[in-house]
Design a protein around this ligand. Structure first.
Ligand SMILES: [Zn+2]
Length: 347
């Protein structure tokens, strides 16, 4: 959302925001793009623009009463629907719609899903009269966290929103949504931001060598920032390929297993690109060991895909990381020899 200084939360959202405000026709929008590029922030900013009470708003003014209520997370016409597990990290822990006493006792893990009762509450909210006269707005993030029942409960409202209600769905995996949900929303695509803008944004947040971590995160600046906060740095990342080629577990041991598998998949991807004569994408070219043979790398990629499916429930993380490291060493060590024509072998 736009702050009192009029600045956007993420500088690369400027063009997509202008574009979305100029082209939106539907009462339900689906903002989609790769994870970590700011779908949620764009959804909130669009909601703020719709609710903004400044007469000239081609974007939210940031200072009117309505904009300030959005900033304070207490606008009576805005409902932000997040899975429980995301409310705290996204700073949206209003608690006023969280009336179930058990939820606060901390007895169970916060849900990662958007539940059907929450969708029903959002629908009821959309049906009430607008308090400030600019309609009701519901933001649902991430929309792919709705299960089939939740999504079905929302369909009718998406098709015919009550009164002047509008819905904003944000999503990093549109394929995971029901086609019937997708078809009822106007799509607002959000692309990876420009590398220079994203690197500057990361540098402003004290990330050293930001372009290295940006590449490590596949160009997704919010993910890169999250990694930096969790302790990843450019030196560690750059050292990883050669460490693994030597069979050293090294800094891998410090990360949770799903992250380890993700790192290895990126290394495998880059090693395969190198083997095929291309340039690496996630690691600096100078950090890569010499090109390896394609076939063992492909086998490694398949093994990693299998590990990724089980990474959430490892039986023994230490042993698993060791065996993954050994797998990496073998795949990276197989020399990429050119086949020698049979008749030059002599004998
Ligand atoms: Zn305003």
């Amino acid at each position: 959302m736009v702050g009192p200084d009029g600045a956007l939360p993420l500088p690369w959202l400027e063009a997509p925001l202008r574009q979305a405000l100029a082209t939106q026709r539907a009462h339900a929008l689906l903002i989609h793009g790769p994870q970590g590029v700011g779908q949620f922030e764009l959804a909130l900013t669009l909601a703020q623009a719709w609710l903004c009470e400044s007469a000239t708003a081609a974007r939210p003014c940031g200072v009117c009463a309505s904009c300030r209520l959005v900033q304070a997370r207490s606008h009576p016409d805005l409902l932000v629907l997040l899975p429980e597990a995301l409310r705290e990290p996204l700073g949206w822990n209003a608690g006023d719609d969280d009336t179930a006493g058990d939820d606060k006792a901390g007895k169970r893990k916060p849900s990662k899903d958007i539940r059907v009762d929450e969708i029903r509450q959002a629908i009821a909210f959309a049906q009430t009269t607008s308090a400030r006269g600019r309609g009701k707005t519901v933001v649902i993030h991430p929309a792919e966290r709705m299960n089939g029942v939740s999504a079905n409960a929302l369909l009718k409202t998406l098709e015919e929103p009550p009164g002047d209600a509008r819905l904003l769905l944000s999503c990093a995996a549109p394929d995971a949504l029901l086609p019937t949900i997708r078809s009822r929303c106007q799509a607002v695509p959000l692309a990876l931001p420009d590398v220079a803008i994203a690197s500057r944004w990361l540098a402003d947040r004290s990330v050293d060598a930001p372009e290295v971590l940006l590449a490590a995160a596949g160009g997704q600046p919010q993910d890169a920032l999250q990694w930096a906060k969790e302790g990843m740095n450019a030196d560690q990342w750059t050292a990883l390929p050669r460490q693994l080629a030597r069979g050293e577990v090294g800094s891998l041991a410090a990360w949770p297993l799903p992250r380890v598998v993700d790192m290895l998949q990126k290394l495998c991807h880059d090693a395969m690109r190198l083997a095929a004569g291309g340039a690496p994408r996630y690691f600096p070219a100078a950090a890569m060991p010499p090109a390896a043979a394609l076939e063992p790398l492909s086998a490694w990629a398949r093994e990693l895909a299998r590990s990724a499916r089980h990474a959430e429930h490892p039986w023994n993380v230490g042993l698993m990381v060791e065996s993954l490291t050994e797998q990496a060493r073998q795949a990276l060590a197989a020399p990429a020899v050119r086949r020698v024509p049979f008749d030059t072998l002599g004998g």
